[in-house]
Design a binder for this molecule. Structure first.
Ligand code: PEP
Ligand code: MG
Length: 582
């Protein structure tokens, strides 16, 4: 019998495949006493689990594609070495014998002892070794407890065409999905503008989040249909449902390929207003696609993905080489590089990870420009690399999460210092490199005029602007219902920002997910937005709407939307105008 579970849609597309469950939840390790006669058997269990952990790691290492930019290999070598260390191989055996306890418990005791030693070390590098101990011990524990390994613990051919089901996934997990050939994913938690969701759209992987308790209903290897557009998961579909979705899958494909004819068309409204349509990029695979899809450049390059799934952060040279690759792929199109926005839901293993106690509100904490200013050793190499790369192509610098003028001034000062250093060393760069800021905190939207006076461009980050305006954590599915781009407060902040840019005569773009949702395109045009930066996957859909819109006819819609009292009212208005041009 088909069971239907409703979640939240985050990345369109239909996938039909077998489930692979990933269990991130805390491992439930319990102590039990064994008899003397069971000792040999218990020690053998531990030996086998360690040997299997070794095999898993070697299999992953053998499957790392040559093109992988991340330093996975070194990471795996470290873990392999740990599996040879007496602290993990011999000490737990001594504990098994001494306490007559099960292997899991002995391993847990030894883990706790090692972690305590690491916790007492102030050295940031050594404290990252604590996580390595955790990773390695958890891998052995999962084998002892017969649990499935986590995503990054599997060789990549293992998951081809599978649908991943997990409690939650991190952006670092999601980054790996494409090279695993994963067909789709579904999670029990998470929000539609989390970075995990954004990556799914970028990778064009169908995805649904917020499928509460799905792991109680769905089991490993079950056949499931994921409809990323409606947010539905269908478990064990009967033949007629399956063939309906197979047909739908083909129709959806046909629709998207029909948009291809728009690739080379200009982006211009019916009444002749030219619109700049730019691409958001994250991963190397996006670099080549910007030109293919007919984007006029990159409006947002999220560089924090350079930091994921590795221990050592990229140095200046690696940043520089990466930016040179993008410049080469763009062949003269402008590239907006956003300086790193780590923190909140983008935690990484290596540098950039915050020390000290775990904070309860990471989205309100040390993230993006705040973290960069606190840790110049992390920030400066990136800035230097961007400025050096500006000698070779049209580059703009974009600063995320500006909240007050001091932050902006500090960054501008740092950029001036770097320029002076480069001049002294006769290193080329573009002295007129444009510097812009993201408007994604309500405080900076209200004061957009202040930022507009000091910067060359602004870009509205609606994902965070909505999160902070509505006081909802963008990764918390329990408050998803309050995520509303059409809330009058959000629209007024957008309007204020656009007006501030117009007054200062600088361009204002929008690079949050709202810019790529075709339902909002006409309203944004009416509000005066002339630059949209969207995912490559949604760019042509948005272009189609722009090219069929008449801005002169949108004045009334905009006036009514700005005077509306609720998002629901505006949603109705939009349905009407959208139905006229769809
Ligand atoms: C935003 O907040 O809208 C944005 C584009 O930045 P990010 O999604 O990476 O936080
Ligand atoms: Mg943001």
């Amino acid at each position: 019998m088909t069971i239907s579970i409703q979640g939240v849609s985050v990345s369109r597309g239909i996938a039909i495949g077998h489930i692979h469950i990933i269990q991130h939840d805390q491992l439930d390790v319990r102590e039990y006493t064994i008899r003397n006669t069971q000792l040999d058997n218990e020690i053998q269990r531990l030996n086998d689990a360690i040997a299997n952990a070794r095999l898993q790691l070697r299999a992953i290492k053998d499957h790392i594609p040559v093109s992988t930019s991340v330093d996975i290999s070194a990471f795996i070598d470290t873990h392999l070495l740990m599996l040879e260390d007496n602290a993990l191989t011999e000490e737990p055996k001594r504990l098994i014998k001494e306490r007559l306890c099960n292997a899991e418990w002995a391993l847990k005791l030894q883990r706790d002892a090692l972690v305590n030693v690491f916790d007492e070390m102030a050295d940031a590098y050594l404290s990252t070794r604590r996580d390595d101990v955790d990773h390695v011990v958890n891998r052995i524990l999962r084998l002892l407890l017969n649990q499935k390994p986590l995503l990054h613990e599997l060789p990549d051919n293992h998951l081809k065409n599978r649908i991943i089901l997990a409690d939650d996934l991190t952006p670092a997990d999601t980054v790996l999905m494409q090279h695993y050939g994963i067909a789709a994913f579904a999670t029990e938690f998470g929000g539609p503008t989390s970075h995990t969701a954004i990556l799914a759209r970028s990778l064009d992987i169908p995805a649904v989040v917020g499928l509460h308790n799905a792991r109680r209903i769905i089991k490993n290897d079950d056949l499931v249909i994921i409809d990323g557009s409606t947010g539905i998961a269908l478990v064990d579909p009967d033949k007629s449902i399956q063939s309906f979705y197979e047909k739908r899958q083909k129709e959806v494909k046909r629709y998207y390929s029909s948009l291809n004819k728009l690739k080379n068309a200009p982006t211009e409204t019916l009444d002749g207003v030219p619109i700049k349509l730019l691409a958001n990029i994250e991963l190397p695979k996006d670099f080549e696609m910007v030109r293919d899809v007919g984007a006029k450049g990159v409006g947002l390059y999220r560089t924090e993905f350079l930091y994921m799934n590795r221990e050592i952060p990229p140095d200046e040279e690696e940043h520089y080489e990466t930016y040179m690759k993008v410049i080469k792929a763009l062949k003269g199109l402008p590239l907006t590089i956003r300086t790193l926005d780590l923190g909140a839901d983008k935690q990484v293993d290596g540098a950039g990870r915050q020390s000290g106690p775990v904070r309860s509100n990471p989205a309100l904490g040390l993230r993006a420009v705040r973290l960069c200013l606190r840790e110049p050793d992390l920030f400066r190499p990136q800035l230097r690399a961007i400025i050096r790369a500006s000698a070779h192509g049209p580059i703009r610098i974009m600063i995320p999460m500006l909240t007050n003028v001091q932050e902006m001034k500090q960054v501008l000062l740092m950029i001036d210092e770097i320029k002076a250093e480069l001049k002294t060393d006769s290193i080329e760069f573009d002295n007129d490199i444009e510097i812009g800021g993201m408007i994604e905190v309500p405080a900076s939207a209200v004061c957009a005029d202040v930022f507009a006076k000091n910067l060359d461009f602004l870009s509205i980050g609606t994902n965070d602007l909505i999160q902070y305006t509505m006081a909802i954590d963008r990764v918390n599915d329990e408050v998803n219902y309050l995520y509303d781009p059409l809330h009058p407060a959000v629209l007024r902040l957008i309007q204020t920002t656009i007006e501030a840019g117009n007054k200062a005569d600088i361009p204002v773009a929008m690079c949050g997910e709202m810019a790529g949702e075709k339902e909002y395109t006409q309203l944004l045009l009416g509000l005066g937005l002339r630059e949209f930066s969207v995912h490559i996957a949604t760019l042509l859909e948005v272009k189609k709407i722009i090219n069929n819109s008449d801005i002169t006819k949108l004045t009334e819609l905009t006036r009514m939307a700005l005077n509306a009292t609720s998002g629901a009212e505006i949603h109705e208005l939009l349905q009407e105008v959208n139905s006229e041009i769809n």
